[in-house]
Write a protein that binds this ligand. Structure first.
Ligand SMILES: Nc1nc2c(c(=O)[nH]1)N[C@H]1C(S)=C(S)[C@@H](COP(=O)(O)OP(=O)(O)OC[C@H]3O[C@@H](n4cnc5c(N)ncnc54)[C@H](O)[C@@H]3O)O[C@H]1N2
Ligand code: MOO
Length: 406
């Protein structure tokens, strides 16, 4: 008899394991999108470095705001450094992005003045320091701007560019090898020769999930339920990848050989085989030569849910990203009794309405763990803990937002 463990225990085991992490490399800034920053990014200068005008207007001394007229003594376009100094009774025409001229501390916008020949008359006053961007307004020298572990997105690209960081230190993305097992499954385009054959979807669903999470993927192919073929497939996968994912062949059937290969042929260290979750109870995780093997059940919904619950967090861990599964609270719109003493993940529809997430089950099909179409459109997974009560309409529940997976 296998020893089934709880979902929580299975996560704790994976949290603790030590696997080889991919190395750090430098990437050209615009290619770094989606990678994880490998060190804190610290500002090496103040931004702006000098008081800078935030509007088009006239640089003045604040004390002159009530003066009858101020003489325009110079023009100060952005990108040049004006030599003239603002003394009492004068101003310098200054533009958005120009450095404030020496002696000035306030910018009076052009809308607030009347110009008479070489003089301005202030018709609407502003407070001292108006429209002046102070030194370090954006960031100060020594400030940690981007933390190690952050995924590079559009804002990070912009901030790195402003720091003139051309080569960004990032963690190499992990490589996931995906292998599908099953004598009945056919790859895309492969000719069907009997009625019992079905198209394999698992390998492509898992590849899509892994790629979206930023991992490199290797399709290792589809093999029949045969010990030697599965052994070869796993051995070659382990040489090439950080994590090897298989689907099929992990339950109790006569032809479920994946578990035998992992345990008896590869002699891998089994971390767990069997978790009290629905779907995915037969999941097996093992370590071999510092690499992780995760064998998922064959059913399409089971393997997809398990890939989300187990593979994605491992990718985040290997990439060393500060990333978590998007689990939020939602209001459930119908009663939902507890079906079994397991952690259950049920596909539902999610909508953001009246300031909260709301879930319903309209159009969701009931049946086995083969139903992947329940994950189309605006899906989420309702999470029922192992020791939870029956859910009542209107309760706030935990859901995993599938369209917000990284
Ligand atoms: N007597 C028992 N039978 C089953 C049990 C059990 O505890 N006792 N568990 C059931 C559960 S739960 C699951 S989940 C499945 C898992 O079985 P396996 O991991 O061994 O998977 P297979 O038997 O190989 O396949 C299951 C199902 O999925 C289809 N499949 C397989 N590969 C793919 C693929 N790449 N793409 C799409 N679909 C695939 C396969 O044709 C089967 O229909 O076992 C239950 N049985
Ligand atoms: O493990 Mo199965 O995936 O529970 O249906």
């Amino acid at each position: 008899m296998r020893n089934f463990i709880s979902y929580k225990q299975s996560l704790e085991i994976l949290e603790k394991i030590v696997i080889k992490t991919p190395p750090i490399k430098k990437m050209f800034l615009t290619n770094a999108l989606g990678y994880v920053i490998a060190q804190d990014i610290i500002a090496d200068h103040n931004s702006p470095e000098f008081p800078t005008s935030a509007m088009d207007g006239y640089a003045i001394k604040a004390e002159d705001i009530k003066k009858e007229a101020l003489k325009i003594i110079d023009k100060n376009p952005a990108g040049s450094v004006v030599e003239s100094v603002v003394e009492h009774g004068v101003c310098i025409k200054t533009f958005t992005g120009s450095l404030m001229p020496k002696g000035s501390n306030t910018l009076i916008p052009i809308e607030n003045v009347e110009v008479h020949e070489d003089k301005i008359k202030i018709i609407k006053e502003v407070s001292a320091g108006f429209a002046v961007r102070e030194i370090g307004e954006n960031y100060k020298k020594g400030e940690v701007l981007i933390k190690k572990g952050t995924i590079v997105g559009f804002a990070e690209i912009g901030v790195l560019a402003s720091l003139n960081i051309v080569q960004v230190p990032v963690f190499e993305n992990p490589t996931i090898a995906i292998a599908s097992t099953g004598s009945e499954i056919l790859d895309l385009g492969e000719e069907q020769t009997n009625e019992a054959q079905i198209r394999s979807s698992n390998h492509l669903t898992i590849e899509a999930l892994c790629k979206k999470a930023g991992a490199n993927t290797l399709q290792m192919g589809i093999v029949k339920d045969d010990i030697d073929s599965i052994t070869n497939l796993l051995e070659s996968s382990l040489l090439k990848a950080d994590i090897v994912v298989t689907t099929g062949g992990v339950s109790v059937g006569d032809y479920d050989f994946v578990q035998d290969v992992i345990k008896d042929k590869l002699k891998a260290e089994v971390l767990f085989h069997g978790v009290t979750i629905k779907p995915g109870m037969h999941i097996l995780a093992a370590l071999k030569d510092g690499k992780l093997i995760i064998a998922l059940p064959g059913f399409a919904y089971s393997s997809t849910v398990c890939a989300i619950l187990y593979i994605l967090p491992m990718i985040y861990k290997l990439k060393q990203a500060n990333e978590k599964l998007p689990i939020v609270k939602a209001k459930i719109l119908q009663d939902f009794p507890r079906r079994m003493p397991k952690t259950i993940f049920t596909a539902c529809n999610v909508e953001y309405k009246e300031g909260i997430y709301q879930i319903n089950f309209e159009g969701k099909k009931k049946g086995t763990s083969a139903i992947l179409t329940n994950m189309l459109e605006n899906p989420a997974l309702l999470i029922q803990d192992e020791d939870s009560e029956d859910i009542k309409a209107g309760d706030m529940v935990d859901i995993l937002l599938l369209n917000q997976l990284k």
